[in-house]
Design a protein around this ligand. Structure first.
Ligand code: GLU
Length: 312
């Protein structure tokens, strides 16, 4: 394999020239205003190397990538009981679909569609005040990344709150089935804030290291989660992390990955690397167009797909 830093630089240069960059999310002004020419990538390897290229140090809205960290915290709070309220199957329908919830009695298919992440956030909230739960999430990702500069973009959180009618509908609908303990407004206040986490690719790749390392925080050597739980979170990222584009992501890239509507993707190859890419233009499934292409090229040049025998 060629030098990793050179591979990352080459990919960033190729993405700078890419003609088809997808469409930037426009449902809230702070996301619509992001420059579609942005592209960043960060790779952190199991042996501690960090390679960054393009806009890899620029903060962006991680949006649904935060669902991975919310799930990790909620599992820490209630353990496997969580799976009584949320499923582990790919949804095959839009990330904010209401239809499936009705036929499945208010139990969301998985923790990465909006309904599932809202239940996870309800668990996270537990008996806390919303601002305490938001603070806990922020402290958690700062600790995972080893970086206290990570922040929540209040303008994004406010804009989500102003336009989040469908999320409000999903939350209230689940409450009608008894699958939401707290009032929808309280839960969504926390949900919108964790979706509004602003992180750079470097920070995000660092925050994903525990999933690369069997649950262990490489900075401290302590376990964030057990190896079994890390494996399960990775499995859910692979099967459900890109909404109904998850099959295509597994087919083209073959890493455990979670995308967000801000154009970020966290991708994990257990034992090998934690990778974050960001390019705000989305494909028709709502996943980063160039982020996916960049990961596909990274796999071609490194053999880092989880399905590639060279890894093992
Ligand atoms: N905050 C967004 C929402 O709930 C997240 C969506 C996403 O990243 O896919 O609509």
């Amino acid at each position: 394999m060629a030098d990793l830093a050179a591979i990352i630089d080459d990919i960033a240069a190729e993405m700078a020239d890419a003609p088809d960059r997808g469409t930037v999310a426009s449902y809230i002004p702070p996301l619509a205003a992001v420059d579609p020419r942005r592209f960043g990538i960060a790779v952190v390897t199991a042996d501690g190397r960090e390679c960054i290229a393009g806009d890899g140090d620029m903060a962006f809205s991680i949006q649904s990538v935060s669902k991975v960290f919310a799930l990790t915290l909620a599992l820490g709070a209630v353990g496997d009981q969580l799976w009584r309220r949320v499923g582990v199957e790919p949804s095959g329908s839009a990330f904010n679909s209401v239809v499936q919830l009705e036929s499945e009695h208010g139990i969301p298919r998985n923790p990465f569609i909006n309904a599932g992440a809202i239940v996870v956030t309800d668990i996270l909230l537990g008996h806390h005040e919303p601002r305490e739960a938001i603070g806990e999430m922020l402290r958690f990702v700062r600790m995972l990344a080893g970086d206290d500069a990570i922040y929540i973009d209040e303008a994004v959180a406010r804009a989500e709150q102003d336009t989040g009618f469908r999320n409000m509908a999903l939350a209230n609908y689940m409450r009608s089935f008894g699958n939401l303990d707290q009032a929808a407004e309280r839960v969504l206040g926390v949900y919108f804030h964790h979706c509004a986490l602003a992180m750079s690719c470097r920070q995000l790749a660092r925050a994903g290291r525990f999933l690369m390392a069997g649950g262990r925080n490489p900075d401290t050597g302590h376990n964030i989660v057990s190896a079994r739980r890390a494996r399960r979170i990775n499995a859910l990222m692979l099967t459900c992390g890109h909404y109904d584009g998850s099959g295509e992501f597994a087919f083209r890239v073959g890493m455990a990955g979670k995308s967000g509507v801000g154009g970020g993707i966290l991708a994990v190859v257990p034992g090998i690397a934690s990778i974050a890419v960001w390019s705000p233009g989305l494909n028709e499934r709502g996943n980063s167009q160039l982020g996916t292409l960049a990961l596909e090229r990274l796999v071609q040049r490194t053999g880092w797909s989880i399905f590639d025998p060279r890894v093992f």
